[in-house]
Design a protein around this ligand. Sequence first.
Ligand SMILES: Nc1ncnc2c1ncn2[C@@H]1O[C@H](COP(=O)(O)OP(=O)(O)O)[C@@H](O)[C@H]1O
Ligand SMILES: [Mg+2]
Length: 321
Amino acid sequence: MPSNGEWVIETRGLTKRFRGGRLAVDRLDLTVESGSVFGFLGPNGSGKTTTIRMLMGLVEPTAGTARVLGRPMPASVRQVMPEVGALIEGPALYGFLTGRENLVRYDAADPAAEPRTRPARVAAALDRVGLGAVAGKKARAYSLGMKQRLALAAALLRPRRLLVLDEPTNGLDPQGMREIRTLIRGLAAEGTTVFLSSHLLDEIEQVCTQAAVMAGGRLLVQAPVAQLSAGVRGRLTVTTPDPARAVRTLRRHGVADLQVAEEKVTGEPPGNRPGEQPVDLADLNAALVEDGVRVRAFGLERPSLEDAFLALTGEGFDVAG
Ligand SMILES: Nc1ncnc2c1ncn2[C@@H]1O[C@H](COP(=O)(O)OP(=O)(O)O)[C@@H](O)[C@H]1O
Ligand SMILES: [Mg+2]
């Protein structure tokens, strides 16, 4: 565990209750290590954006504290924000300006940005996100993915210690999503800490090293992504020409949530949920053979973050969005 000084983000009991009594974030304790690609995962309405807005000093917490780059927020917003690149809920871009002109505007709004080196800074940021070739086109002609990359370029005009990206792939097609993910990996490889919110499990699984899972304003768990899914066993998969018989045998031996798709029977072996006694898979296989079930293949599928989430909450997750 790093000492407090190495935490890029640290919240203690962070809470936001909106007028009208809605509890959007409920006593959140979060710690983000320097150098991590941190996934902030939760379904829509779970409090991700509200948390990020509190971290960025845009919303006053109702209770609790937030520290970013070791300094209290929102009190230190002036000192902290120059080192933080943030992309929150859709980019604010002018459609009638070109991509390059949009960035020049952003750069000019930064009092610390040296005007003489502006064109070089803007060109470098455009290249960084792969928009160099279309920099002279009006932003309204950009695809959503290109607009999102342009907003990311604005966040990259100066070196940042921390990048906070709120659902940066929201609304993008698979190609646009891939582009953003590649960019994030590249930035992380250079040592920038990335805090990435998403309601998509596979996105977090693909790019993040650490994750926190939110539901209903509360933190369910925070752990390395590998550890989240390692604590869970995958689904049992049996390939057999006798699926009905296999289901009967497996059910008798405590396999839950059995599903059949042609010759493939899948289910959750006992021991997947907390408090359950795990079963020896060799015994399950033997039981199938004993009952005359012909088995072509038998094994556990690799557990995913989704399995981990199910095991944690016993609930589904809006994987598709
Ligand atoms: N300005 C606001 N006023 C009142 N309620 C809000 C406001 N912003 C968000 N909420 C509510 O707070 C909850 C969390 O929202 P949000 O932080 O946007 O979640 P997420 O980003 O995970 O989708 C939701 O129930 C939402 O309706
Ligand atoms: Mg949100």
